[in-house]
Design a protein around this ligand. Structure first.
Ligand SMILES: [Zn+2]
Length: 289
């Protein structure tokens, strides 16, 4: 089973996770820019973070045989913080970089005027840079939030056909599908979508334009949820081709809208700017053993 996790925050995961993901079949990931779990205090904090998403993290992923791309944006939560919004002016120089395959995560958190502004600016930036957009839908007031999101994306220069609406569930999937957008589902332990609910959605709405992600981060989450959905699909009678469509070909098709997706594992050296993932000198086998 080949797996592309289209939404996972590897910066907050361990090397053990990378090893387990590779063993489970994960060969490619996209890491969307998001918040840190606590507020940033200046645009400079975003700059270092974006640089890590473009430098250190793809290097770390490559050491484990996984291709890493990212999406860049001011996230919905921090769109409300005037200490953070000046980063909008810094985005254009990141959106031209080869490894950036979408603008994201953008979208609504509390549906404030500040979020409206950030959404409008960033949808226009996506259109201007020929990039699709990863659009987070709110966890509260889901259906109302989805409708507002669809209206705004539809009214933008980007349009729904180049948007991935993420964090969908049973209450929002129908209207999201009718909008012509790509459909993202985050499968978490304990809360929100789980494997069985995901399989039920796939049975009802089919696998076209459906992407499944773990959205794993520093909270309670599981970077192997993509694999677990694939297994639940097979157990429920889906064929291997449907699993491959959802876990590989759909994410490839969506991020290929950027024209920048490169899936061959990049040959990397053992170090990134002089730093390695090893601690101390590598173990060597004594001569004659
Ligand atoms: Zn996320």
């Amino acid at each position: 089973m080949r797996i592309f996790d289209p939404h996972i925050h590897m910066t907050s995961r361990t090397t053990d996770d990378y090893e387990a993901m590779y063993a489970a079949g994960v060969r490619a990931v996209v890491e969307p820019a998001f918040w840190l779990g606590q507020p940033r205090t200046s645009p400079a904090s975003f700059i270092d973070y974006f640089d890590a998403l473009l430098g250190w993290e793809p290097f770390r992923a490559a050491q484990h045989g996984i291709v890493h791309h990212c999406t860049i944006a001011l996230n919905p939560k921090e769109a409300n913080d005037p200490r953070c919004t000046p980063v909008l002016a810094e985005l254009p120089r990141y959106l031209v970089k080869d490894q950036v395959v979408a603008v994201g995560e953008i979208g609504y958190d509390s549906m404030t005027p500040a979020e409206d502004h950030a959404m409008e600016v960033q949808l226009q930036l996506a259109a201007d840079h020929g990039l699709p957009a990863l659009v987070h839908t709110p966890h509260r007031d889901k259906l109302e939030g989805l409708r507002r999101t669809i209206d705004v994306v539809r009214g933008s220069a980007l349009g729904t056909g180049r948007a991935l609406l993420d964090h969908l569930n049973e209450s929002t999937v129908k209207e999201a599908k009718d909008s012509g957008a790509w459909l993202g589902f985050s499968v978490y332990p304990d809360t929100k979508m789980d494997e069985e609910r995901m399989v039920a959605v796939l049975k009802e709405y089919g696998p076209d334009k459906v992407l499944v992600n773990s959205a794993a981060d520093w909270g309670k989450s599981d970077p192997l949820k993509t694999r677990k959905v694939g297994e639940a699909m097979l157990a429920a009678g889906f064929g291997e081709d449907d699993v491959d469509l959802v876990l590989w070909r759909n994410p490839v098709a969506f991020y290929s809208l950027s024209g920048r997706l490169r899936l061959e594992a990049a040959a990397t050296g053992a170090t990134h700017e002089g730093n390695s993932i090893l601690r101390g000198a590598p173990k060597t086998v004594p001569a004659g053993v």
